[in-house]
Design a protein around this ligand. Structure first.
Ligand SMILES: [Zn+2]
Length: 85
């Protein structure tokens, strides 16, 4: 019978794969986008702070601003249910 050499210390060569903790800028952006989407509901409308009217998009809000002289708009999560002519 052949003598097997003891293999005690030999096999400790496996380098622990260093986990690559670096997150690429692309991943980071995707993560942030996903988190932002969960955290803050998307604005569905623009609201004129001056008179409280809701507008479906920036064009309508701009139109209102020009006509009324109102300047303060904020994003709103309220849906626009009525059309303002
Ligand atoms: Zn207004």
């Amino acid at each position: 019978m052949a003598e097997q050499p003891a293999q005690g210390v030999a096999a400790n060569e496996q380098t622990n794969n260093p986990v690559n903790d670096e997150i690429s800028a692309e991943d980071q952006a995707a993560i942030e986008a996903a988190m932002a989407e969960e955290g803050a509901p998307q604005a569905k409308s623009l609201k004129c702070v001056d008179c409280g009217k809701l507008f479906k998009n920036a064009d309508l809000a701009n139109y209102h601003a020009e006509k009324s002289g109102h300047e303060n708009f904020e994003e709103s999560t309220e849906e626009v249910l009525i059309f303002i002519s």
